[in-house]
Structure formats: structure tokens, C-alpha cells
Design a protein around this ligand. Structure first.
Ligand code: V47
Length: 643
């Protein structure tokens, strides 16, 4: 999706910033300060909303989660914290693992564990905590321990950060929360939390986690003694680290709750204007962080709703019995029911998407009058969406990778989109096919098998399959079995964690979409010297294009929605071919591609189908039917991701 041109700003100084954002140019520190200084809050918010929409469509994510704070006993005494106490305090508490387990339910998808730095608990207790949760609640993913806790464990138990993280990961830790970052300023640290780790150690821990495939969040505590410049510098440090690791999932501005901290008077909460501006500036500065979280516990549900139109695309979750903010006087309830979260998101005109810890959509909850359109989150699908209206009351866009789109379509909750060929083949009775899709004759450049071996040697080998694919994995299987006669390979579904996944146990890796492009244009994957383009292999074999996706609309979609979808699509594809240059300027940098490379890449795709594409589809359908046994290989998938 490209950005709207027609914003009018009350504050004229916003125009040059919008010009930069529209062409994918990064904002500087001065730009960040300018955004904070502007009193055109609505202008700043509209830009942030447009950026959020380009990333997440109309989706706002939430997770059914539960916060666990196993103890409030802490060896530190940070001035801003009203939660921590000393062991002899009458308020001190310690939970047993059984107590922790009693707070969880099987329908949760995330448990968020952080707490005080306990002086006595042994290492085994933490490992046991994570392991028992994972064993008793396999669907509940563990997001646990801030960098402050990891560093504390490392010092106390004399293990490196890497060792601590690896052992927790083995026990079942999936991601890390973003706490303990506070504000990355030595001045503030000396005043408010001089015993706590500084920015360097905080980033060292997260860098190590990202390298091990543990993605994480990053917070910013604002509204106390920090300056605006320190907020902007904080964001810039996050952006710099993200350029290096690509391991942050979300950025979470946390509004300071004064409580009895003595830093501010009790009821001196941050203003709604400051909260909204901070969310919006975060979205605009952090171009490389996928999500901005409006943490309703600290913002209040009312401000969080509005934040969803100011750049935030995540509401965190149901939470339950949160103590850190409430001990410091937070006035929000302790828990939001799922239904309440959904209605808050609806009130903002956005589409609630229930997710897991990695932002894989599990379910979508449109209002009855809305039709959900899948926005394929890949560069090659950008040309479909340029003319979808900036705001629609009937069509809502959700970025869904092919396999998730297929699953949600089976649930009946998606109305239209470029459906993966394999899913279209199995649901063709329920969907009307349009003459649009994604096909390529020859190289696709973004469906790649990175391999240590040539095709004939892949016999008996272990192949990592990105969890996102639906059709490409079948194309790979068709090529292996029907073209090269190899039957005894093992496919293992792996969640793509961008730059951070550890592929060392595999012989080959199938990647698709932007992750494939990023790897290909970034010099490949070390150790995997051969790169096979599956569409090129298909062409060499069949001399036909390969069809990856077919635009389809669910039968029974309202006539109004159908009309809007068809018109938007037709308009988008009718734009002159030189639009690819514009897409290149907006998207190239994040993928490590030049404008010309993006243009060349997009020019090879066929978006309007002719008989040639339909013949190619029929050919693939035949090859697919000829596979020895689809079930056998499906069973070989070890579904390492949680959905
Ligand atoms: O690091 C402490 C903050 C954080 C106060 O990763 C306070 O998904 C406001 O990190 N007023 C812990 N904030 C919470 C946290 C978090 C929350 C939600 C989601 C995620 C995530 C992470 O709470 C601490 C500190 O910065 N905090 N005291 C206070 N008085």
C-alpha cells in the first residue's frame, strides 16, 4: 500500500516530514524533536496512523494473556518502583509454582512473567517454573524475564547471558518482555535507578536473545524526569539495534504511574495528549519495528482506544492481576475480558486480531457488517492494494501470510484476498475466482530453497520449511518427489524469526516472501551455498509459469463489499507500470534492495491471469494429485509453532 498524498496539516512544518516518510526516508533526531514540539497532534497522529496502516492494515492485535509476578521481593530499590519490597516487609509475597499454575488456563496463549530480583531463589526454581508451565499448558507461550532479571541470573548463578537464555529456551521460554529499559539515559539512570543495568547491558542481553531466536519487546518509561530529547534518543538506540538484529517485535511506551514514588505528586498522570503524541512519534521514528503497543493498563482503556488511530496496532491482552502499575496507582481495571477488548478495538474502527506471541493471527473478529480482505504481507503483493480506500466502513484489511490466510478462510472469517493456490484448490466451492493473482514465468526471486546440497543429494535430508508457506511447500514436494524422485526427506515447520533463527540443524531451508528477498539480497545464508528458485525450477521442467496465488472472493460476500474490492483491485492494477519505482522507494530500503531492483523484481510478476496461467494451475493440480502420499509428509511436519 502506498501512502495518501492529500493530508493537510495545521502545522506547516509537518509537510517536509511527511514527504520523507512517504518515500521511505528515515526521520532524524531533529525530526523527532520537531514532531514532539508540534502542537498539531491530529497531524502527527494521521501520519502515524497511515504508517501503522501500511504495516498492519486495519488490524489491531491482542493476545489472551496473563501476567504473573512470582514475587515482589527485590534486591534493588529503584525510586520509580512502588512494587518492590524487602523480605521483611509485611507486603512481601512469594508464589509457589503450584500457585502460578493455578492462575493459568488452557485457552490462554501467553503468560508474561516478570518480578522482583529475589535474593534466595535457586536457578532450578526458574527453570522448573518455565518447564512446568509449558508441560501443563502447551498452548501457553512463555514471555518471561526482563534483561534486568537475565543479567541478575547471570551474575548470581555464574553463567553467561547466553547460557542463561539457552537454558530458559530449552525449558520453554519463547520470547522476552521489553521491561527494564526505562529510558536509555545515564542521567536518568543515576537519578532513578542507579543500581539497575544501563543501556549497554540491556542491549547486550537482547542482542544475545535475538541471536538465539528469542524475539523480544522494548519499552520506554516516560512522563517522569526524562527530557523529550532523551525520549527521542531512546527511540534512536532501539532503531539502531533493530537494524542489526531485527529481533524486536514491539515497542511499548509506558506512561509513568506516580503512586507513592515521590517523583511526582500522586495524581500527576501523563496527559492524554502526551500519551498519544508519544505513541505517534514512536510509530514514525521506529520504521523498522513491526508493532507499537498501547498498553491499556497504564494508558487506561479510553486513551488506548484513541491510540489505535495514532499509530498503535497492538493492545497487549487481557492481563489479569497486574501489580507493577497498580501498586503505583494505575486507575485501569486489573483485567479486561476478551469481549471488552474486542469492543474497544471495534470502537476505533479497527479489526481485532487475536494473536500468539509471534503475532501469528489465530482468529479475527470483524463486526458483522465488515468483510475482511487479506493483505498479503509481501513486496510482490503491494501493487494490489494501492487503491484500497484509506478508510472503509465495509472492507477491513488484515496482513495474513498465505498459510494463516488459508486457515482463517477455513474458519469462514476472511472474505477475499490473493489466496494461496493450494488453499484455493481445496476451497474452490466456497470461493469465486477472479482473474487476478500472483504468477511468474521463470525466476520468482522470493521462493527460495537455500541448500547445502544439490537436488539429488537431498535424499534423507532435513529441510526447514517457513511456517508461512502454503503452496510453496507443495511445489517443493512436487519438485523433490515427481521431478527428482526423492521420497525420504523430512520437512520441519519453523517459525520465521527474521534474521535471528538458528538454522544450523538443517540441510536446506525454504523461505518465501520478504524474508527470502532479504536473505537473497543480503548475501544469502552462511553455510547454504546453493540457492534454488522454485519457480525457475518449475519452468525448467514444465516451460510454464507458476501460479502462487489466485484472487478469490467468498461466495455470499455482500454486494457492496464485492463491488468495493473489485473496484479497488482494478484501480490498483490499472496504475501505470512506473508505479514500481514508487514502491521501490518506499519498500526497498527495509529489504536491502535498490529502487531499480524492486522495480525489476515486480516487473516479472503476472497479476492478471490469461489462459496460460490457468493451464499452469491445472498442471500443478495434476502433479499435486500424483504425489505418493501427502499424508506421510504432512505427518513428518513437526509443528514447532503454536498454531
Ligand atoms: O520495566 C515500573 C515499568 C515495567 C512503574 O513486553 C512502571 O509485552 C509506570 O515491561 N509507572 C514492567 N511504569 C512492565 C513491562 C511491560 C508491560 C506490558 C507489556 C510488556 C511486554 C512489558 O514497568 C518496568 C518499568 O519500566 N514500571 N514502575 C511506574 N510507577
Amino acid at each position: 500500500m502506498t501512502f495518501p498524498h492529500n493530508f493537510t496539516f495545521r502545522d506547516k512544518s509537518l509537510y517536509p516530514l511527511w514527504d520523507k516518510i512517504r518515500v521511505g526516508e528515515r526521520l532524524s533526531k531533529e525530526d523527532g524533536l520537531g514532531l514532539f514540539a508540534s502542537d498539531d497532534l491530529i497531524g502527527v497522529g494521521r501520519m502515524a496512523n497511515a504508517v501503522a496502516r501500511a504495516k498492519s492494515g486495519d488490524s489491531v492485535y491482542f493476545v489472551l494473556n496473563r501476567k504473573l509476578e512470582p514475587t515482589n521481593i527485590c534486591v534493588l530499590s529503584c525510586k520509580f518502583c512502588d512494587f518492590a519490597v524487602k523480605p521483611d516487609s509485611p507486603e512481601a509475597y512469594e508464589m509457589t509454582i503450584a500457585e502460578m499454575l493455578s492462575k493459568l488456563r488452557p485457552d490462554l496463549h501467553e503468560v508474561h512473567i516478570t518480578g522482583g530480583l529475589h535474593p534466595k531463589w535457586p536457578w532450578e526454581f526458574y527453570i522448573d517454573m518455565v518447564r512446568q508451565i509449558k508441560t501443563q499448558f502447551p498452548n501457553v507461550d512463555v514471555k518471561a524475564f526482563t534483561a534486568v532479571e537475565i543479567d541478575f541470573f547471570s551474575k548470581k548463578f555464574k553463567k553467561s547471558h547466553e547460557q542463561v537464555l539457552r537454558e530458559l529456551q530449552e525449558a520453554g521460554l519463547r520470547t522476552m518482555p521489553g521491561g527494564g529499559a526505562e529510558v536509555f539515559s545515564e542521567r536518568v539512570r543515576k537519578h532513578l535507578f542507579h543500581q539497575k543495568i544501563g543501556a549497554k547491558t540491556w542491549f547486550d542481553v537482547h542482542r544475545t536473545a535475538h541471536r538465539l531466536g528469542i524475539q523480544s519487546n522494548v519499552t520506554m518509561l516516560y512522563g517522569h524526569i526524562e527530557t523529550i530529547e532523551e525520549r527521542v534518543e531512546h527511540m534512536l538506540r532501539v532503531r539502531e539495534c533493530q537494524d542489526e538484529t531485527n529481533g524486536f517485535l514491539s515497542f511499548i511506551p509506558l506512561a509513568f504511574q506516580p503512586g507513592d514514588t515521590g517523583i511526582k505528586t500522586r495524581n500527576d498522570f501523563t496527559s492524554a495528549v502526551d500519551d498519544l503524541k508519544t505513541i505517534a512519534v514512536s510509530r514514525l521514528m521506529l520504521d523498522n519495528v513491526p508493532h507499537i503497543k498501547a498498553y491499556w493498563v497504564m494508558l487506561t482503556a479510553e486513551v488506548a482506544t484513541i491510540a489505535l488511530s495514532f499509530g498503535a496496532d497492538d493492545m497487549d491482552g487481557t492481563v489479569g492481576e497486574e501489580r507493577i502499575a497498580h501498586d503505583a496507582g494505575a486507575i485501569s481495571p486489573m483485567e479486561l475480558a476478551k469481549g471488552k477488548l474486542i469492543s474497544i478495538i471495534h470502537d476505533a474502527g479497527k479489526l481485532p486480531v487475536e494473536r500468539d506471541v509471534w503475532y501469528n493471527p489465530i482468529a479475527v473478529y470483524p463486526k458483522p457488517e465488515w468483510s475482511v480482505v487479506s493483505k498479503m504481507p509481501y513486496l510482490n503483493s503491494v501493487p494490489f492494494y494501492n487503491s484500497f480506500p484509506e478508510y472503509s466502513t465495509i472492507v477491513k484489511l488484515a496482513p495474513l501470510a498465505p498459510r494463516v490466510f488459508g486457515k482463517l478462510s477455513e474458519q469462514g472469517s476472511v472474505a477475499a484476498g490473493p489466496m494461496s493456490l493450494r488453499d484455493y484448490m481445496s476451497m474452490s466451492d466456497e470461493f469465486e475466482r477472479l482473474d487476478y493473482g500472483v504468477a511468474v514465468k521463470g525466476k520468482a526471486n522470493s521462493v527460495l530453497l537455500f541448500s547445502k546440497y544439490d537436488w539429488p543429494e537431498l535424499s534423507g535430508k532435513k529441510i526447514s520449511i517457513t511456517a508461512e508457506t502454503s503452496t510453496s511447500v507443495e511445489l517443493l514436494r512436487v519438485l523433490l518427489e515427481n521431478r527428482f524422485g526423492i521420497n525420504n526427506f523430512v520437512f520441519h515447520r519453523t517459525h520465521p524469526t527474521d534474521g535471528s533463527h538458528d538454522y544450523s540443524n538443517f540441510d536446506a531451508i525454504l523461505l518465501i516472501g520478504d524474508e527470502a528477498l532479504r536473505r537473497a539480497y543480503g548475501g544469502g545464508i552462511p553455510g547454504f551455498g546453493k540457492v534454488f528458485d522454485l519457480a525457475e525450477e518449475w519452468y525448467a521442467w514444465k516451460e510454464m509459469p507458476f501460479v502462487f496465488a489466485v484472487w478469490a472472493i467468498r461466495k455470499g460476500t455482500t454486494e457492496n463489499a464485492r463491488k468495493e474490492i473489485l473496484q479497488s483491485l482494478e484501480h490498483s492494477l490499472a496504475e501505470p507500470a512506473n508505479r514500481f519505482g514508487k514502491i521501490g522507494r518506499e519498500h526497498g530500503a527495509r529489504l536491502g534492495m535498490s529502487e531499480a531492483e524492486v522495480s525489476d523484481y515486480l516487473s516479472q510478476f503476472r497479476y492478471r491471469f490469461t489462459l496460460e496461467e490457468y493451464a499452469a494451475m491445472a498442471e500443478f493440480e495434476m502433479e499435486y494429485a500424483n504425489l505418493n502420499s501427502t499424508d506421510r509428509v504432512e505427518q513428518a511436519f513437526s509443528l514447532s509453532e503454536g498454531f
